[in-house]
Ligand binder design. Structure first.
Ligand code: GLN
Length: 542
């Protein structure tokens, strides 16, 4: 079968959920037996989001092959349960870099290098790249930003050209817009959608499907009006009403026949969508007999997107444990040794979050100490694991000034130090320890029990690590290194035998949790919190 291409654009406003729509379409087509992948084209000039802070861009999602990518790739993986790669995320910076490097090599000798055709040709090449591998029946391309933005124009132009170049039945354009509800007028308004589609059409792109995001149900008559103004049939106007969970969106889209519209457009004869296992998951997600409350200690409390994958992993792990997990972000800068019991005493478990820089570290260390001393289930991720090591070194080994050289380059006891090869690195972009690395687990450890295996692979994004010079001393005092990189010997997991549940990992397990494959550490962490709560211990140490 020839590869089919679907382009998803957005209008009216950002944050309408283009990524979730793209992932939902992909999921539906996957359940109809197609091999589907999704790629995101971001119009900003950074080569990748690795150098952006969470305030700018939310979480940076890392793939197995070490690409630092947009958090939408996390949704793609969670919905499809397949791995993404560098090829799935392209930015304007990457496009220009390629074209400018080619220009320097002399690839365009004698020619003026221009947005059209050189930049648009490079965009089109990348839009078709995954399709040409032969691995996919359908490639969905999400265009970041909103139609009408200056920076997304070359992408829209590339879609326009592909709509002409590809056979009509191999290419579809889906446009996501907003139908706002005006409270004062008590009315839904279609005008912004009409304008957005008009803008798209002015750029030469004809939408085949319009998906209207709305807080409320949109009456059939309004859908007919949109269809009439926008040159499409009214059944191709789909409504995406705010859902309680992003995981319901594929089901809502299916109920309105979106996958049928696409399959028909592509001229394919396929079995009906089978959403049994997806619906089972939804069932488990919404119906639970238990609840736990966890403190997520980090410095981005007001930013939901900064810890996106962690929050999603708790949804997956909760469903397995018949338990609703309430995650409360607690600002690490507001925690200190004096108020830690008051701040964290009522929670069933404590997670210390990943992060960079020195802000809020002392609060994180106080949180670890509280968990360690009071038998509260503890999970430290990346920086959170590093804080667990520092806390142990300071308060158990008695190395009062133990620290990470990231926060305190002059410490006499650098228990967390920069990796050797990192010390030579001056360039910031794409130079951390990135992507999947194998890790060997110590037989009999909590880690080995959790995974049920002795060899695992997890994704990394960091420059610092547990300093091997302190390992023996830490182990002797009771901090077990239960996971190591087999090639380099780097410590990847620490735990405290005897504590009900205390684990810190240098990698990011949250990047590999999906509804169909919840991550075992999150699953066991939730189980440990639940166990403690049912034993009536929660809050008892406050
Ligand atoms: N800042 C730490 C490092 O670079 C931890 C990074 C993280 O938590 N992702 O090692």
């Amino acid at each position: 079968m020839r590869t089919k291409y679907i382009f998803v654009t957005g209008g009216v406003a950002s944050s309408l959920g283009k990524g979730i729509l793209a992932a939902s379409i992909a999921k539906l087509l996957q359940t109809r037996g197609l091999r589907v992948t999704i790629q995101k084209f971001d119009p900003y000039i950074n080569v990748d989001p690795g150098t952006l802070n969470p305030y700018e861009h939310g979480e940076c999602y890392v793939t197995d092959d070490g690409a630092e990518t947009d958090l939408d790739l996390g949704h793609y993986e969670r919905f499809l349960n397949v791995s993404m790669s560098q090829a799935n995320n392209v930015t304007t910076g990457r496009i220009y870099k390629t074209v400018i490097e080619k220009e320097r090599e002399g690839a365009y000798l004698g020619k003026t290098v221009q947005i059209i055709p050189h930049i648009t040709d490079e965009i089109k090449r990348r839009m078709l790249l995954l399709g040409r591998t032969g691995n996919y029946d359908v490639v969905i391309t999400e265009i970041g930003g909103v139609v009408g933005d200056i920076e997304s124009l070359p992408y829209i132009e590339a879609v326009r050209q592909l709509q002409w170049e590809l056979p009509r039945e191999d290419c579809m354009s889906v446009h996501l817009t907003l139908i706002p509800y005006l409270k004062a007028a008590k009315e839904l308004k279609t005008k912004p959608t009409q304008h957005s589609v008009r803008q798209l059409q002015q750029n030469g792109v004809r939408p085949d499907v319009i998906v209207c995001r709305s807080e409320r149900a949109v009456p059939a008559e309004m859908r007919r009006k949109i269809a009439m103004f926008c040159n499409i049939s009214s059944e191709n106007v789909i409504v995406s009403v705010d859902a309680k969970s992003i995981y319901q969106v594929p089901v809502y889209m299916h109920k309105q026949g979106l996958d049928d519209i696409i399959v028909r457009h592509f001229g394919l004869d396929l079995p009906a969508a089978d959403l049994t296992s997806w619906n089972n998951y939804l069932q488990r997600m919404f119906h639970h007999s238990h609840e736990v409350d966890i403190a997520l200690v980090g410095k981005y409390v007001e930013l939901q997107d900064a810890y996106k994958s962690i929050l999603e992993s708790f949804i997956h792990a909760g469903a397995v444990n018949d338990c609703k997990v309430h995650v409360h972000t607690v600002h690490s800068e507001h925690i200190n040794a004096d108020n830690v019991a008051e701040q964290l005493g009522s929670f069933d478990g404590i997670l210390v979050a990943p992060g960079f820089g020195s802000r809020g570290l002392e609060g994180k260390i106080a949180a670890v100490r509280y968990a360690r001393e009071n038998g509260v289930p503890f999970f430290g991720i990346c920086l959170g694991m590093q804080m667990a090591v520092i806390e142990f070194a300071r308060n158990v080994l008695g190395l009062q000034d133990a620290d990470s050289t990231e926060a305190n380059p002059d410490t006499a006891n650098p228990v967390i130090d920069m990796m050797e090869d990192q010390k030579k690195t001056v360039i910031k972009g794409g130079t951390m320890r990135l992507g999947a690395y194998p890790c060997a687990l110590k037989p009999g450890s909590l880690a080995a029990t959790i995974y049920g295996r002795q060899e695992i692979s997890e994704r990394h994004r960091h420059r610092y690590e547990l300093n091997a010079a302190y390992e023996a001393e830490l182990e002797k005092a009771g901090l077990m290194v239960s996971g190591v990189n087999p090639a380099s010997g780097l410590a990847e997991i620490v735990e405290i035998p005897g504590h009900p549940f205390f684990i810190g990992v240098q990698f990011h397990p949250e990047l590999k949790s999906t509804p169909e494959n919840p991550h075992p550490i999150f699953v066991r962490f939730v189980a440990a919190m639940l166990g403690r709560k049912t034993r009536g211990l929660a809050g008892s140490n406050a």
